[in-house]
Structures are given as structure tokens and as C-alpha cells.
Design a protein. Structure first.
Length: 199
């Protein structure tokens, strides 16, 4: 049973009660077709935060350890999530991601591969996965920046940038790692442009 249609409205109410949310650039996400949303990663709250900020259903990858947590693991499987074994080149997760994108779904990725809690520091180098999916599919790649801290009634901002020019990356015959670098630069540019006081 897919709980996403039920869970999304409830989570949206929760987020708007607990945080003061501003969403910028949601029009940059196409209403249909394969989409790859690439974002910085602050917290485990990020996937649902991004999910309630767009109109489309969102699939996302979560570290396999979370699926072993009682109750949480069951919920994740019914909320458009699938596991990845980090650091192992998980082929099953790669095949699933490619399948979802090619079938026209929206997929969320955190190119850094893990949470980066220091918002004042530059983003770390992105893993090659984001670049690989961008080069191997026709997905629209949308950079995303999450700004703020998940504290009660704090200001949270989520910014969706204009799509990355994936055709240029393909024409230049970039490697996956190089394409990921291009994507990370776009995310960093959004952070630099929109960062400001949050409280």
C-alpha cells in the first residue's frame, strides 16, 4: 500500500505548524516527465520537506540502515523510498533510480552522500551518482537549496533553481564526476544567493 498520498498532506500541515516556510522557484520543476532534484543535505527532515514543497510525488533514496529501524523501515518502504548501501556501489539502487527516472518519476538525490551540518562552510565534493544519472537519462536536473535550521518556528527556505543544461554536459562528454561538480556548483550558487538571517 502506498501511503504517500495520505502522508503528504499530514506532513505538510506539520511542517507549516512547526516552521515558517518560504518556497522559491517551484515553477522550475516540470509537471511531468523524469526529474532529478539535487539538493544539499542538512537533516533527515530534508526529504519530506522537499516533498511537501512540490506538487509532484517524490521518490527518494535512503541509507539502508534506516530500513532496519522498527516501524520507520516499514513506513519508508510505503513512502516512495528505497534503500542504498552506501560506499558499496549498490547496483540494485542504481537500477531502481534509473528505472524511476526513465518511467517519468521525480527522484531526490543528495549528491554529497551524507548530511553536511555546517551551513557556513562550502558544500563538499559531490559523489558521481548525480552526474551519472544526469548523463545516462533524459531527466530534467533541478538544483535545490535548503536554508535554515529545523527549530520550532524558525524560518526555513527552500529554493529550486533553473534546470541544469544537461545537453551541454553530454556534448562536452563530461565524466560522471565532472557532471556532479557542475551540479554541485549550481546548488552552491543558490545557497550563496539566497542565504540570509534565519531565526
Amino acid at each position: 500500500m502506498n501511503l504517500y498520498p495520505i502522508g503528504k498532506p499530514l506532513v505538510k500541515i506539520f511542517y507549516h505548524l512547526f516552521f515558517r516556510i518560504t518556497v522559491i522557484g517551484s515553477e522550475n520543476i516540470p509537471k511531468q516527465g523524469g526529474v532529478l532534484i539535487c539538493s544539499n543535505h542538512l537533516s533527515n527532515f530534508d526529504p519530506p520537506f522537499i516533498g511537501v514543497s512540490i506538487t509532484r510525488a517524490l521518490s527518494f533514496i535512503a541509507k539502508s540502515e534506516l530500513f532496519k529501524v522498527p516501524v520507520l523501515g516499514v513506513l519508508l518502504r510505503h513512502l516512495n523510498s528505497f534503500p542504498v548501501r552506501r560506499g558499496e556501489g549498490d547496483r540494485g539502487a542504481i537500477r531502481m533510480a534509473l528505472k524511476l527516472i526513465r518511467e517519468g518519476h521525480a527522484l531526490l538525490l543528495f549528491p554529497e552522500g551524507h548530511r553536511n551540518l555546517n551551513q557556513d562552510a562550502p558544500l563538499k565534493q559531490g559523489l558521481s551518482g548525480a552526474g551519472f544519472f544526469a548523463l545516462k537519462t533524459d531527466a530534467v536536473v533541478v538544483p535545490c537549496a535548503i536554508i535554515g535550521r529545523y527549530k520550532f518556528r524558525s524560518k526555513m527556505k527552500i529554493v529550486f533553481g533553473k534546470p541544469v543544461d544537461t545537453m551541454a554536459m553530454k556534448n562536452q562528454k563530461l565524466k560522471s564526476s565532472e557532471a556532479s561538480t557542475v551540479i554541485m556548483r549550481r546548488i552552491q550558487a543558490l545557497l550563496d544567493e539566497h542565504a540570509g538571517p534565519t531565526a
